[in-house]
Design a protein around this ligand. Structure first.
Ligand code: ATP
Ligand code: MN
Length: 536
């Protein structure tokens, strides 16, 4: 057993409860965390020096096992639905105690102090306690890293405790099954048990910021990536999992602000995180050089496989999961902006991965259409980040991230609408999904074309183009775009069977309309008028 590198007064490490694992490793460097992982036989280095691990039973988030404690703090503020599942406070205490007992029994634990929110006005101090050294490396990579000065008198606002090895008894703990991801706003605790999927740690903090920032600080929190051009113009990219936030924000011609979570304040946008969490499936140096080169010492690669007899990663191998991932600190991307704070956004992109092949690859939205799309939050999920999803399937998720938003979707939508109008932000809908037919017949849009469409929009090259209105969705499609063959800009042209296209468009419009029913009474006439289906 190794000795702790830094000895610190352990009684201060947790607000209460923790008697002590035999060894507490506090604030280890990435090198030390890598060594500890190798020592325990829980990971290996690949040929470029990154640490490769398996997260175990869970290789994606488990939304059905994510609970918010329903107590006097949250009862009236949280929007309780099948994504914000309530759990009684008594179970919080039971699970907390179980975790404390568990931490006492295991030989070592790793503790890290870090923070979220690049804008110091909104900084949130986090103490992450992990059973595994690699979960701790994930926290190092993904959250912001305090300097020595900032560590003196570090006062955690929130705690995250992650114990993948602890399996709960659902009857005793009020959970669905043996694993849980539980948030208590009263106790300022995120408790994770039974799952080693590191994304639970990241999305736990995202969930609480999506409550604290809009509810208490008037800051709009967003599930989006963001980058900045040479002239300081900021762009944000909203989208559900797999739609391209991480891929498309890593653009060598623009500075990366962040790949997944941002706040929009009165005078800026800022990243919540200090790192990226990129998908690795089918990763190639040619198509995604920035991400490919981030796989180096310090990066944490999850659930990939090697070519037999080597330690060279086969990025095409999805035998463990489609959702292979790598986390790395923001500065592993060559042109990352630090601190990750940008100006008010000039362009907003809504990314969707439409497996029906109906939506145009690039289109311009009116303010009403923009709000309609934001509230709808459509994509057709490709194989996934969530346990149990392996086939593409249409999904509507309000604000492009309903599983992480504890407040009513209308809260975020109203804030976005107000900001968009005030700043006259351009809004574009980008379909990174299918062209030439639906999944099974057509193909996914070429990444290089999507990049060209986004560049053209950002550089103002579409401003004076001729546009045509989509017959069912009413969005404005440019008739040409630099770097993109014109015949793919109207998706109807790419289908051999035009009748089939028209039918699928109407079918998809029907799904939008049906999904929107529950919001219709609470939104303006302008937004209702933007519904698809009436533009022929
Ligand atoms: P998450 O919220 O889970 O992090 P994300 O929105 O960041 O999801 P990405 O990690 O960017 O999604 O995933 C997009 C995936 O789709 C990548 O694997 C990328 O290589 C692939 N892809 C294929 N074609 C395109 C395209 N035209 N545009 C964007 N991504 C594409
Ligand atoms: Mn991402």
């Amino acid at each position: 057993m190794s000795m702790p590198t830094v000895s610190i007064p352990t009684e201060n490490l947790l607000k209460s409860g923790l008697k002590l694992a035999e060894t507490i490793h506090y604030q280890l460097s990435p090198e030390e965390l890598i060594q500890d992982t190798l020592r325990l036989g829980e990971g290996v280095l690949n040929d470029t020096g990154a640490l490769v691990i398996n997260t175990g039973e869970f290789t994606g988030r488990s939304p059905k096992d994510k609970f918010i404690v329903k107590d006097d703090v949250t009862i009236d503020s949280v929007y309780w639905d099948d994504l914000n599942l309530p759990i009684e406070e008594k179970f919080y205490h039971i699970i907390y105690k179980k975790i404390m007992n568990y931490l006492e029994k295991i030989p070592e634990i790793w503790i890290r102090d870090c923070y979220a929110c690049a804008d110091p006005r909104y900084r949130l101090n986090i103490r992450v306690v992990t059973e595994k050294p690699w979960s701790n490396l994930f926290a190092y990579n993904m959250f912001l890293r305090p300097g020595e000065k900032q560590l003196e008198n570090f006062n955690p606002d929130w705690h995250v405790i992650a114990c993948p090895g602890l399996k709960l008894d659902p009857k005793e703990c009020g959970t669905r099954q043996h694993n849980v991801s539980l948030v208590s706003f009263k106790h300022k605790m995120i408790l994770i048990a039974g799952s080693g999927y590191t994304g639970e740690i990241k999305k736990g903090i995202f969930t609480i910021l999506n409550y604290i920032l809009p509810h208490e600080k008037k800051v709009l929190s967003m599930h989006c990536s963001a980058n900045m051009g040479k002239n300081g113009d900021t762009a944000v990219f909203f989208g559900l999992s797999g739609t391209g936030k991480t891929t498309l924000s890593a653009d060598p011609h623009r500075k990366l602000i962040g790949d997944d979570e941002h706040g929009w304040t009165i005078d800026n946008i800022f990243n919540f995180e200090g790192g990226c969490y990129a998908k690795c499936i089918n990763l190639t140096e040619d198509k995604e050089p920035e991400i490919y080169h981030a796989i180096r010492p310090g990066a944490l690669v999850e659930n990939t496989c090697f070519y037999p007899g080597s330690n060279k990663i086969n990025f095409d191998d999805a035998s463990i999961t489609e959702n292979t991932r790598v986390s790395y600190p923001l500065h592993f991307i060559s042109n990352a902006l630090e601190p990750s704070i940008g100006g008010l956004p000039k362009n907003i992109f809504f990314l969707t991965c439409d497996a029906f092949g109906v939506l145009p690859p690039v289109s311009r939205l009116t303010p009403g259409q923009a709000m309609y799309q934001f509230i709808s939050g459509y994509t057709a999920k490709v194989a996934g980040t969530e346990a149990g999803i392996t086939e593409p399937k249409p999904t509507f998720s309000a604000c492009f991230g309903a599983p992480f938003f504890p407040l009513h979707p209308g809260t975020y939508a109203a804030m976005l609408g107000e900001k968009m109008q005030k700043h006259k932000t351009n809004v574009w809908l980008i379909n990174t999904g299918w062209t030439g037919g639906p999944y099974g017949i057509g193909n996914r849009m070429k990444l290089s074309y999507t990049r060209s469409m986004i560049s053209a929009a950002l550089e103002g090259k579409l401003d004076n183009m001729e546009f045509e209105k989509h017959g069912v969705f009413g969005v404005a499609m440019p008739k040409s775009c630099p770097g993109v063959p014109s015949d793919i800009l109207n998706p109807r042209n790419t289908w051999t069977d035009k009748n089939a296209y028209d039918e699928k468009s109407i079918y998809l419009a029907g799904l939008f309309v049906k999904n929107f029913e529950k919001y219709a009474t609470g939104v303006s006439q302008e937004i209702i008028a933007a519904a698809p289906g009436k533009f022929q």
